[in-house]
Design a protein. Structure first.
Length: 82
C-alpha cells in the first residue's frame, strides 16, 4: 500500500472538480486511511504541479491523475488499496 499523507484535488471548483473531491474523500474514508484530503483552487498551485487539465489529483505534491472525474476504483488503484 502506498503511504500518502496529503491528497490534493485540484480544479477551479466546477461540478466535475467537486465530484472528484467527493469520490476521493469517500474512498479515503471507506479505506480508513489517515491522510489529509484538500480541495485546491489556486491556479499557482496547479501550475506548480504541471496540471494541464482538471480535475486533477496529486499525492504528496506529485501529480498522479488529471483530465476527468475518476471512478472510485481508479482512486483505489492509485492509492494501491484495491
Amino acid at each position: 500500500m502506498q503511504k500518502v499523507s496529503v491528497i490534493e484535488v485540484l480544479g477551479p471548483g466546477c461540478a466535475r472538480c467537486q465530484e472528484t473531491y467527493r469520490i476521493v474523500s469517500e474512498v479515503v474514508q471507506a479505506a480508513g486511511l489517515d491522510c489529509n484530503v484538500q480541495k485546491v483552487t489556486a491556479l499557482e498551485r496547479m501550475t506548480d504541479l504541471g496540471v494541464l487539465r482538471t480535475p486533477a489529483i496529486a499525492f504528496d505534491g506529485k501529480l498522479v491523475f488529471q483530465g476527468n472525474v475518476p471512478k472510485p476504483e481508479q482512486v483505489s488503484h492509485l492509492l494501491d488499496i484495491g
